[in-house]
Design a protein around this ligand. Structure first.
Ligand SMILES: [Mn+2]
Length: 609
């Protein structure tokens, strides 16, 4: 403002003076003729020169000022249309449009490291409000006053500090102080520096106000989820333990319904209902209660409750569940009596299924409690290992060996592993088998019949894996283009679409077998005419009376029981081989893995389950 006023005054003066002396002012210089200059002209000239210099200086200042303003202006406009540095990153799909480039870089780096939005977490209040997602009936329930005390155990590996702090804060805020015995933090050897001194300082701060409230246990090397939970249980002193992940926030009144349930029956092992916290926006998404279960590869999944629960018509009531997903709440001593967790389970996967099976078979039960809710951050990627399935297989085989009796081969079938000599070390199982005997646990068959009847028992499977014809061993039967109604011959790759299953009943499933009775497999079918082999939903084909039953023994022909035709290979005019149905010429087939019975060895018939 000041500069602007000064310059306009000087500018006007300058222009007037300039126009008055124009001729004498320019020309002497040009002509370089000093004789033309009178003394008064020289004086005027010098004054003009001073004014001109001042105007020039002010003009430069103004120019700089304009440049500065322009830069600021540009920055502001740039912020609204900032360049997206990570257009493919899951983090920026719906979030972060207003971030500067530097902020994007920081957010993406943290996201890659942790699998959720740490940049945002670091900026949200630790005691942020989350929506009450419970059934309205929950807030009307009245719980007994004298409930058991609870120790909350938080397990983590390289978790973001702000996420752990928020978990701790929510537990302190939302658990009645007289019931909260302690919070045990179990660090499975994180490398993250934040979780060393900075976390300890935070713990000291809280413990100053509430002595002994927070305990920290740190593994000297990474020992896996099961061992971490075990360490937490060992450190806990409350009557009830809640073993949780550290990327959670508990909801209002989360503890009371769990403690009331355990007070009523100390042998129930419980799970709260998780809400999902989106990994990018950290918004809480309501999940409805469901049972926790698994398939035969022991991947966990949600499952419907038993029919009795739906008859109650009250979604606030606890429901029986085959398993837990990983978060569990139990009477501390009861959990000890039944062997806490199998420490022989490494790193990740299956340990929750093992617990579910053991609790049910050894005198307890598992329930999901809808009025207890926990918001749980769904990670975009897990920090444990790039290939979780390798770890899963090992742990699944271990669970099968200890608990599944005559059904243990179902885990081999699910992972397409040989029945014997799969070469995978499952560790020492002697102790756990002794525990099973000591506790006089029920047979696995009881579990299938009474706890999880929706799990298909796969009783009659005699062979599984890829199916090859002897005349072209590089090729396998394949379910063909999705949805797959015409199977084809295709170069063997051994993945799901080429997995076949031969049943004692004569059905041949093509494509990964389904673990649950409510799902249907696809059956090789002879349509009766033409030479094309077809695939039909087995349940539908059975209803319609299609020809889905085949005679087969290992290394022999595959002949339809009804039409008497065989599945064979025939060379087309292009010299390629095709899968056809035709009068049997004695072509021989081999399935990758066969039980003795399928090998024609009837002295060792697969036990009828
Ligand atoms: Mn988790």
């Amino acid at each position: 403002m000041r500069i602007g006023a000064r310059v306009s005054v000087l500018f006007i003066i300058g222009i007037i003076v300039y126009s008055v002396v124009n001729v004498s002012f320019i020309r002497p210089e040009r002509n370089n003729d000093s004789t033309l200059q009178k003394p008064e002209e020289i004086e005027l000239f010098q004054r003009l020169k001073r004014i001109e210099d001042e105007v020039h200086e002010i003009a430069i200042n103004i120019k700089n000022q304009n440049v500065k303003e322009a830069v600021v202006k540009q920055k502001i406009t740039k912020k609204t249309e900032v360049k997206k540095l990570y257009p493919k990153s899951a983090l920026f799909k719906t979030w972060g449009a207003e971030l500067t480039e530097e902020e994007q870089m920081e957010a993406e780096k943290l996201f890659q490291e942790f699998g959720y939005n740490v940049f945002l977490s670091n900026r949200l209040p630790l005691n942020r409000t989350i929506p009450d997602t419970r059934d309205p009936r929950c807030s009307l329930k009245i719980y007994p006053k004298d409930l058991p005390t609870i120790s909350v155990i938080l397990i983590y590996l390289n978790e973001a500090l702000s996420v752990i702090k928020r978990a701790v804060q929510s537990i302190i805020d939302k658990t009645p102080a007289h019931l909260l015995k302690e919070i045990v933090l179990v660090d499975d050897n994180s490398s993250n520096e934040d979780l060393k001194l900075p976390l300890d300082k935070y713990i000291d701060l809280i413990n100053k106000g509430k002595p002994g409230l927070i305990k920290k246990v740190r593994h000297k090397k990474q020992m896996g989820l099961a061992k971490a939970r075990m360490s937490g249980w060992e450190a806990a002193t409350g009557q009830v333990v809640a073993i949780l992940d550290a990327h959670i926030e508990v909801h209002k009144e989360w503890a009371e319904p769990l403690l009331a349930q355990i007070k009523a029956n100390r042998t129930t092992v419980l799970s709260p209902v998780f809400d999902k916290v989106l990994f990018d926006t950290l918004e809480v998404i309501k999940y409805n209660p469901a049972a926790h279960a698994f398939d035969w590869s022991l991947w966990c999944m949600y499952e419907r409750f038993r029919p009795e629960w739906y008859k109650l018509k009250d979604p606030s009531e606890p429901g029986k569940s085959p398993s837990v997903m990983g978060i569990l709440v139990a009477d501390r001593e009861f959990l000890g009596e039944i062997g806490v967790l199998d420490e022989g389970m490494t790193i990740y996967g299956g340990e929750n299924v093992e617990l579910g099976i053991r609790v049910w078979l050894c005198g307890g039960s598992v329930e999901v409690v809808p009025c207890s809710k926990i918001a749980h951050v769904e990670r975009a990627h897990k920090p444990y290992s790039p290939d979780l399935s390798k770890l899963m297989i090992r742990n699944a085989l271990r669970v099968a060996e200890i608990w599944m009796d005559e059904y243990k081969s179902n885990v081999n079938i699910a992972w397409n592993l040989p029945l014997k000599d799969h070469g995978i070390d499952i560790g020492n199982v002697t102790e756990r088998k002794q525990l099973r005997e000591k506790l006089k646990c029920k047979p696995f068959k009881w579990y299938l019949e009474n706890v999880y009847p929706l799990l298909d028992r796969w009783d009659d499977i005699l062979g599984y894996g890829v199916l090859k014809n002897d005349i072209l061993k590089t090729h396998c039967i394949d379910q063909g283009p999705v949805p797959g109604s015409v199977p084809v011959l295709f170069g063997c790759h051994y993945y799901g679409p080429q997995r076949c299953y031969y049943k004692r009943t004569g059905e041949i499933y093509v494509g990964s077998i389904k673990s649950h009775t409510y799902n249907s497999n696809r059956c090789l079918t002879d349509p009766g005419s033409g030479s094309t082999v077809t695939l039909y939903n087995c349940k539908y084909a059975k209803e319609k009376g299609f020809s889905i039953y085949w005679d087969f023994t290992q290394g022999k022909e595959i002949r339809n029981k009804k039409t008497n035709r065989c599945i064979e290979l025939a060379q087309g005019q292009d010299t390629y081989y095709y899968l056809v149905l035709q009068a049997c010429t004695g072509q021989e087939w081999t399935i990758q893995h066969a039980f003795e019975e399928l090998k024609g060895n009837f002295t060792e018939v697969k036990a009828t389950k």
